[in-house]
Design a protein. Structure first.
Lengths: 593, 372
């Protein structure tokens, strides 16, 4: 089996019953995890009432996928965002081709990843399931076309026929190659009758004795009616034609026209849809769903979607050994043939250890309006639940957290809350990263998070004695308290060193200086010193007076200010030209001198 | 315009740079380097898009970048420049400045020299945010507000300007061989002259009363006084550094941070910008005059949101031509270079007819038929 099961006792978030699907998650730190290094889906099994239930934790065996899966996540993110922006007001018949095209885009991304990986088992399964869902749910083709799409589906996932055919054709004598008849039969089983005819022609060219038999077979193969959705003939007319042909094939059997050639007789039996013959070729069919499609091709080509499940059940039962239980994949496909979308999603959620597949598929199905609102116990709908879980996993990744933001954006009920909680936990190693995170918060009006991030950066700057940087961050955070703190540090620095630092900042604060009283004081005090230095004593005096009277100076600075006032009083410019200024300064300084 | 396809590379790209082509060769570039960020293991990588085939040949597959070699990088690659054909200098979020050597014969990379804590803070790392080269000189700037001058062949720093800036310096470029320009997180453009011994800038320019952080700066290839900057508000500013304190032009280019701005090196009527808003824009003057429209100053009628004052002593005839509403002159054409909006485009580089850029969606785009 491609999945390994471990039995581990795990703490649950809420108590489950054995009947409900409990999609609760725990954070583990075991080393075998893939690039989602935080959680695994779990399901509860075990009888109700038992004291401690054991949990099946399902995981993949190999952990080699990470860099390739990243491409999957990034590319599918791009497709996801594009899907969300399809205009709602288009009529549904215009939207369906777009949805099918998006489904194909997702699938091509999966296939691109498959090409890069050595081991493709899980992606192959995902693509198989998705493809079937596209045929049955998204494209939702009616009878007639349905079989053609199913044939395409089977052919896409059974590529080894072409390999074998190449091998046979490249050999010295293809008709004598041991695999020759296997190839012919495989072509017929897949409904690739043209190619079967071409292969048979090689045999026919060398068989003078059975020439007529080969001609007859060729004739039968060439005449099989194939439904053409674009033709003017209705399904009923096609059905009639097909029955005629079927009867002709049957007659050949009854007449024992091919009795002397065991291979051609076999092919004839396949064409007539004989179940036992088909089952004799389990190896060539290799899966029950190939058997299903082949059986339908040669027995019920006009099958309706609603009739599928009956045939699927019986084919699976016939094909599989009664001893072995159906695998996970089989149940999922069966649920799809049953048109039980919710069961498909549920089973996939359990079987696959990350949410990528179910989240994207469910989202697409929801856009196609195929999911009824399926309320879970905390009230969100299924699509949103899966997207939230997927995105939460992305957020735990050191790099892919940026993708998660868009997913949260499109979860109307809880997305914002999730984003608010997660965004604050993104580690901020550089200013550039902090700016990106801030952009995300500011675009979504999250002032709390903005403040918190700026505060973190301000504190870090302060810790490293980068006062200018700390001040800038405080201003951006509109954090008056921190701005005050930093201004006091600046002022302390001035007291110890006698000069101001970071003048390029202080001189250019502009209106930002009004954020805090202390900051305003710092700027104005420096301005005072500048004026004094430029010998603009009047201006300096005015400024100093206003600084003192405005009472925005810290206590520790009063003495300094008063001391600064003294030399001004001695300046002729002040005392003589502006006596009221001088008086004012005297008044204030007098009590303290 | 040829469609540009994304190549997904499983790492967020912070920087892309073309390897310089020798001017005599008249070739189009075909090798570029990228740096990653936000990974547990960051890398620098060297890619090839193959030699150009015959013109008109269907070369979509050949345009697909192929990885030649890569090397682990400690910390985010915050800046990356080619020192010469074989050597690349990177600026790291750890504060380190490293010279990597690309061995073309074996397609391997090795570390030629590293200054491990070139930029540093007392308690934490101080990321080195920008590096610019004029072989053998290397100038770096960082969040510690330092400017450091190195020489590739010398072990210690040649000169360190401590506390050059009270805030983080975001980018640096050469104005002349002995002068550099830096931009910082409070919207100031500072000119430094290495011939002077002081640790103060020789000139400071900024939009009056504006503290919008600047992230990138680029100098016009031919006219050394013309400089373009981009910042947090996505505004593209063009300055004349001789003219004083206000930019010549202000253009609302992007709706989020502009991360890089580049004049086309041989065809400077063309300008390229990329942004956090996921777009990469190609600016082309449609003016018939000799001077590109965005150098003519004043308002760009279609886009501007705030006034640009006429610089003192500016060329009156040009400005009045612009403001006179003469639609024949001064039209600026903008083209989106990427097929659809993505996550942030962090970096771009343009050389000849080739453009390369990298995004936060872990994709690289190459366009080999840029209309310049």
């Amino acid at each position: 089996s491609q999945f390994t099961k471990l039995l581990v006792p795990v703490n649950l978030i809420s108590a489950p019953t054995s009947d409900t699907l409990c999609l609760c998650l725990t954070h583990t730190h075991t080393p075998f995890l893939t690039c989602f290094n935080s959680y695994l889906p779990v399901c509860v099994s075990g009888a109700t009432g038992s004291g401690s239930s054991l949990i099946h934790v399902v995981r993949k065996d190999e952990d080699i996928y990470s860099p390739i899966l990243r491409k999957l996540f990034n590319e599918s993110h791009h497709i996801f965002v594009g899907l969300q922006t399809i205009r709602e007001d288009l009529p549904s018949k215009n939207k369906k081709p777009q949805f099918v095209s998006i489904s194909k885009s997702y699938r091509s991304v999966i296939r691109a990843c498959m090409e890069e990986l050595q081991q493709v088992s899980i992606l192959l399964a995902i693509e198989l399931i998705w493809n079937l869902c596209e045929v049955l749910f998204i494209d939702a083709v009616p009878a007639g076309s349905l079989l053609l799409h199913l044939l395409d589906w089977v052919r896409l996932h059974k590529a080894d026929v072409d390999e074998k055919a190449r091998e046979v054709l490249q050999s010295e004598s293809p008709v004598e190659h041991h695999g020759y008849w296997d190839v012919v039969v495989s072509y017929v089983l897949q409904g690739r009758l043209e190619e079967a005819r071409q292969m048979l022609a090689k045999q026919a060219a060398q068989q003078y004795a059975d020439k007529n038999m080969y001609k007859l077979m060729d004739n039968l193969l060439s005449k099989m009616p194939v439904y053409n959705p674009g033709s003017i003939h209705t399904l009923t007319e096609f059905d009639v034609k097909w029955r005629h042909w079927h009867e002709e094939v049957d007659r050949c059997l009854q007449d024992k026209s091919f009795a002397s050639n065991v291979h051609l007789e076999l092919i004839c039996k396949i064409l007539v849809g004989d179940e036992d013959t088909l089952l004799e070729h389990k190896e060539l069919l290799s899966t029950w769903y190939h058997f299903l499609v082949t059986r339908l091709l040669f027995a019920h080509p006009t099958i309706k979607p609603t009739e599928l499940h009956y045939y699927a059940q019986s084919c699976m039962a016939m094909f599989l050994d009664s001893r072995s239980a159906p695998e996970t994949l089989d149940s999922i496909l069966l649920a799809a043939f049953d048109f039980d979308i919710h069961q498909v999603i549920k089973d996939c959620s359990i079987a696959l250890n990350n949410w990528w597949f179910v989240a994207h598929l469910t989202d697409l199905l929801d856009h196609c309006k195929l999911l009824q609102s399926h309320n879970l116990h905390f009230g969100s709908n299924l699509r949103e639940f899966l997207l939230l879980e997927y995105a939460s996993g992305l957020f735990n990744h050191h790099s892919l957290w940026q993708l998660a933001v868009d997913y949260f954006d499109h979860c109307p009920e809880f997305g914002r809350v999730y984003l608010e909680l997660h965004i604050e936990r993104v580690p901020l190693d550089t200013e550039r990263k902090a700016l990106k995170v801030l952009r995300i918060c500011e675009q979504r009006q999250m002032p709390e998070q903005v403040r918190s991030i700026c505060k973190i950066m301000a504190k870090r700057a302060l810790r490293n004695n980068r006062l200018g940087s700390a001040l800038s961050w405080s201003i951006r955070a509109k954090d008056a308290a921190f701005a005050t703190l930093i201004s006091e540090r600046f002022l302390q620095d001035y007291c110890t060193r006698g000069t101001f630092s970071d003048l390029d900042l202080i001189d250019n604060l502009g209106p930002a200086m009004l954020l805090s009283d202390r900051l305003t004081f710092l700027v104005k005090y420096h301005e005072f010193h500048k004026l004094y230095g430029e010998k603009c004593f009047t201006e300096a005096a005015k400024l100093l007076l206003s600084l003192i009277t405005a009472k925005i100076a810290p206590r520790s600075f009063w003495m300094t200010l008063l001391t600064d006032a003294l030399p001004l009083l001695e300046q002729k410019e002040v005392s003589q030209t502006h006596p009221h200024l001088s008086l004012g300064l005297c008044d204030i300084t007098q009590p303290y001198l | 315009m040829e469609s540009t396809n994304a190549k997904y590379v499983s790492q967020k790209i912070s920087k892309t740079r073309w390897r310089p082509v020798s001017s005599s060769a008249l070739q189009q570039p075909h090798i570029f380097a990228t740096g990653s960020w936000d990974n547990e293991d960051n890398k620098i990588s060297i890619w090839s898009i193959g030699d150009h085939g015959l013109p008109g040949m269907e070369d979509e597959l050949e345009g697909d970048p192929q990885l030649l070699c890569e090397y682990r990088h400690d910390g985010d690659v915050l800046d990356l420049q080619f020192l010469d054909q074989d050597r690349i200098v990177t600026a790291s979020s750890t504060g380190a400045v490293t010279i990597f050597h690309h061995h073309q014969n074996s397609q391997t990379i090795s570390v030629a020299r590293q200054w491990a804590r070139a930029h540093r803070n007392p308690c934490d790392n101080a990321p080195c945010t920008g590096v610019v080269c004029n072989s053998p000189e290397i100038v770096t700037v960082g969040e510690d507000g330092r400017i450091i001058l190195f020489r590739a062949d010398q072990e210690g720093a040649v000169r360190i300007i401590e506390n050059a800036d009270s805030n983080s310096i975001h980018a640096v470029t050469f104005l002349r061989t002995t002068e550099i320009l830096t931009v910082n997180s409070i919207g100031q453009l500072k000119l430094w002259d290495f011939r002077q011994q002081s640790s103060s800038p020789s000139q400071i320019l900024s939009l009056t009363g504006d503290r919008v952080p600047l992230h990138c700066v680029a100098r016009h290839p031919n006219q050394q006084h013309i400089v373009a900057t981009g910042g947090q508000d996505g505004m593209l500013c063009v300055w004349d550094v001789r003219q004083g304190n206000t930019p010549f032009s202000l253009i609302e280019a992007h709706s989020a941070e502009m991360w890089e701005v580049h004049f086309h090196p041989t065809n400077p009527d063309h300008l390229f910008t990329c942004s956090e808003d996921g777009s990469l824009l190609h600016w082309e003057t449609a003016s018939h005059s000799d001077m590109p429209s965005f150098l003519q100053g004043g308002r760009n009628n279609s886009m501007i949101s705030r006034s640009a004052m006429a610089p003192a002593g500016g060329n009156q005839s040009l400005i009045s031509a612009w403001l006179a509403g003469d639609s024949g002159k001064g039209r600026l054409e903008t083209t989106h270079m990427l097929p659809s909006q993505t996550l942030s485009v962090n970096s771009l580089d343009v050389l000849g007819q080739c453009l390369v850029c990298g995004t936060d969606e872990e994709a690289i785009f190459v366009n080999r038929q840029v209309p310049v």
